[in-house]
Ligand binder design. Structure first.
Ligand code: FAD
Length: 447
């Protein structure tokens, strides 16, 4: 692991291209400018701070392995040629974490998407498999994933390496808390071996952007399938909506998702009669057995249930209105105006007026996580300094903040640095993201 990696020489890139064509076939290797550009962007545009710095890197070539074994061979070839490798799933990570900052090879894993086995309590799949495909495979055996992100089309490798949680996290916490049963990982040592790791060893490769190893195959946890309903409620204002969230989250069996939005954010979501204008919205993926009690809670809190929907698509539709998605809709409604922070803590409910007042135009998209209230706080963007001042003010209010305007690994940093010394001695895996000295303005990451 080294701090900075030089861009590869053109002859190293050409040699690697020839070897990859041999390994993967010409259809699965590209040096076309459009393919290289497409492979060099992620969701970083959600951050006005990072947007000002784009483009932050451009791939020299893109390869599309179609199996876990080919992932191992392609990483090994790149390392032997001294070419940086940035793994890529669906490319929805939103901090620039998937941008190839030293150029080199982007390894697009979206064609390595075989579901290998669905067993009792687990599913094993190749890294590029979409989370929604895993959920469907689980359903076919009467099971469901412990969790999936609101970007349900994103890949299991990208979710484990770049994401943190989503639907189901209210029960199971983040994706570093037992969700991963085993991984097959490729190290940056020049060997194509898929190293099988389980338990604590597997955690070494979670949420560090592929800087310690490329996940080729993953085994994640399943649980028995429940009969879910999508409950849409509305309230005259955000405070009354927030007042029922803890009770809704405590329903037994537990809901899979509890989300809430201010009337202003709700107005930017896709039009739906269950999201009436001028009212705050609460959306719950609720176990069928709890719908009656949930309705009582909503009505006792001064709200009304707008709809209760069923069917396989319901949970997915509600998931795609959760976590960062409402912020994305808000940003689309007023391009270039809003930034956001990931926030956590009881103060998000107990001191919401003060939280909203920290930034001009402050608005919270609220979720309930495993340990309590979490969310995305949007505000009108003025400058990086304004964002940092606000983080300090939020911390003083007791709000934990994760700053999504930077691409450094900030989860278990020391552990990843130590692992990468062994697994990536030349620092060729996703260079630019693993900075041992990074000490950003993070106090309490969103869970
Ligand atoms: C609107 C919006 C909503 C979102 N909602 C959520 C949410 O609910 N929960 C959440 O956790 N995240 C969320 N995200 C962030 C992101 O979409 C998810 O984390 C997603 O699961 C990432 O998967 P991906 O396939 O797109 O990964 P990518 O963006 O392709 O990659 C993410 C990171 O992992 C690395 N990587 C990719 N594949 C591998 C691999 N096989 N091995 C090692 N490293 C790899 C990449 O280099 C990159 O650093 C959201 C983003 C947006 C824009």
């Amino acid at each position: 692991m080294t701090l900075s990696v030089s861009p590869p020489t053109s002859s190293a890139v050409a040699d690697l291209e020839a070897e990859l064509v041999e390994l993967l076939g010409a259809r699965n290797v590209s040096t076309e400018p459009r393919a290289r550009e497409r492979a060099s962007v992620d969701g970083a545009r959600m951050s006005p701070i990072i947007s000002e710095l784009l483009p932050l890197g451009l791939a020299d070539l893109v390869a599309f392995p179609t199996s876990a074994e080919q992932i191992g061979q392609a990483v090994a070839a790149a390392v032997r040629h001294g070419v940086p490798v940035t793994p890529r799933g669906k490319g929805t990570g939103n901090y620039g974490q998937g941008i190839p900052m030293a150029g080199g090879l982007v390894l697009d894993l979206s064609r390595a998407r075989a579901v290998v086995e669905v067993g009792d309590g687990f599913v094993t799949a190749e890294a590029g498999t979409p989370m929604v495909t895993l959920e469907r495979a689980a359903h076919a055996t009467g099971q469901q994933l412990w969790m999936y992100p609101s970007t349900a089309q994103s890949s299991v490798g990208g979710f484990l390496a770049g994401g943190s949680g989503g639907t189901g996290s209210i029960v199971h916490g983040t994706n570093d808390a037992g969700f991963v049963a085993a991984l097959d990982v490729v190290h940056g040592t020049g060997s194509p071996e898929l190293v099988h790791v389980e338990g604590d060893e597997a955690q070494l490769f979670v949420h560090n952007y592929g800087t310690a190893g490329v996940i080729a195959r993953a085994t994640v946890r399943l649980e028995p399938l429940q009969d879910w309903r999508g409950l849409y409620a509305s309230f005259p204002d955000f405070r009354s909506a927030q007042a029922v969230l803890r009770d809704l989250a405590a329903l037994e069996p537990r809901p899979r998702l509890v989300s809430a939005d201010t009337p202003e954010i709700t107005a930017t979501l896709p039009a739906d009669p269950a999201l009436p204008e001028g009212r705050a919205s609460v959306r719950v993926i609720a176990d069928e057995r709890t719908v009656r009690r949930a309705t009582e809670i909503v009505e006792a809190g001064g709200g009304r249930v707008e709809d209760v929907r069923e069917g396989a698509q319901t949970a997915l539709t509600l998931s795609m209105l959760s976590y960062n998605h409402p912020i994305e809709w808000l940003q689309k409604s007023a391009p270039g105006v809003y930034f956001h922070l990931e926030v956590s803590g009881a103060a998000l409910i107990d001191r919401i007026d003060e939280v909203h007042a920290v930034y001009e135009g402050g608005m919270l998209h609220q979720e309930i996580g495993h340990s309590g209230p979490i969310g995305m706080l949007a505000g009108v963007y003025r400058s990086p300094e304004q964002v940092l001042d606000g983080i300090r003010a939020l911390n003083e209010l007791g709000v934990g903040v994760h700053n999504p305007h930077q691409w450094n690994v900030d989860f278990q940093l020391a552990r990843t640095v130590e692992t990468a010394r062994r697994t990536d001695p030349q620092g060729l895996l996703n260079p630019g993201k693993l900075n041992p000295d990074y000490a950003g303005p993070t106090k309490g990451a969103v869970s």
